[in-house]
Design a protein around this ligand. Sequence first.
Ligand code: SF4
Length: 128
Amino acid sequence: MAAAGTMLGTTAVQIFSDQDDVVYATYRWIEFYHHESCGKCTPCREGNYWMGQILHRILSGQGTHEDLDTLLDSCDNLLGRSFCALGDGATSPVTSSIQYFKQDYLDYIEGRKPPMFSPADHSMVGAH
Ligand code: SF4
């Protein structure tokens, strides 16, 4: 798996259709990691919180191109700097989704896709 550029992780498998929203899926992943973080180490505790905030901003139609750099910088500061594998694991959905589905992020940032959330809160404003 490493030779193929991936890993088995917890060996849990998630299957998505080509209709699923990659940015939203990544946001849900990071919300999971943020919830599960025990808070012992700063990069995991803060990194997941802030990545969730940025992903929510993008899904709210208020993201910027710089947000993608900030997400990747956050992953750089998290990967290899956490005590357990949860911190490292949180970076994979962010880095791989930006690597393989950057256009999906840009569609939200550049207004080609309607916002999923109201900026004021976490309520969904459309069916996705
Ligand atoms: S990386 Fe592990 S030990 Fe560190 S805060 Fe996250 S869950 Fe806790």
